[in-house]
Design a binder for this molecule. Sequence first.
Ligand SMILES: [Zn+2]
Length: 306
Amino acid sequence: MPSLTEEQKLLREILREDVHKLAGEIGDRNVRTNYKNLGVAADFIEASFQQAGFKVFHQGYEVDLVGLQGRPCYNLVVEITGSERPGEIVIIGGHYDSLEDTPGANDNASGTAAVLALARAFAGKQTQRTLRFVAFVNEEPPYFQSKDMGSLVYAKQCRHRHENIVAMLSLETIGYYSEAEGSQHYPVSPLGLIYPTAGNFIAFVGNIKSRKLVREVVELFRRHAQFPSEAAVLPEMLVGVGWSDQWSFWQEGYPGVMVTDTAPFRYPWYHTQEDTPEKIVYDRLAYVVSILEKVVAGLAGCKQEG
Ligand SMILES: [Zn+2]
């Protein structure tokens, strides 16, 4: 990885601040164990979008799980309407809830901070396609892959409105990197023969139907990055492949790609109380996010791509 530019250093500090806010100050943000904090996190995200100049849309719903009714939950959405092909929609999303009783720094304050950073980067810009940034609620179990999952509620609404989502990027646990041999694991051992054994790369994971999008995203990333990256097109039934919000879009027939450090297959503190802000490798996170900005520019059609 090249040394960070001044702009990337600034981005690093903003990402650090937002991860500390969500996972350090706020901490556990889950509808069952800390509903209040879930709301505080939503307020913080809404204020951040607004400060960037966006009007924030709330998609509210109540979870159906026994004992948790009467607690409204919100996906938060901002949009830049496309100037030339507004009907073609690119979605950049990440979940802002944490697993019960965990601070969720890498999972997924890292992805949420990246969604906010990217939204700021595109605020006030024109894109040819419609570009949406979405902070999803209730990705973690027990809502995961149930009708209470925020991104599934959202993807169903998109389908209901006959929206043409041409690309969905799910930013899921993107802040941990290690050069140590053997730091990278895989859901099935044959993948370890093909893919690296050091967890120093960013991964782009799609289901079979999303293979074109995976290729496009990885090509855009590699055009701009000097950073290890791996692409994987895998059956969505394989362990880990559907473990984030892109899964919801797949269910509705949309193409989606998970952008991830591979979470449980690399990060030693995955889904524990030790998933705290100082575990994040901010230099690399900032570099990856700065390149994702170019990827999003390429997907949405934006002059700033260069
Ligand atoms: Zn997650």
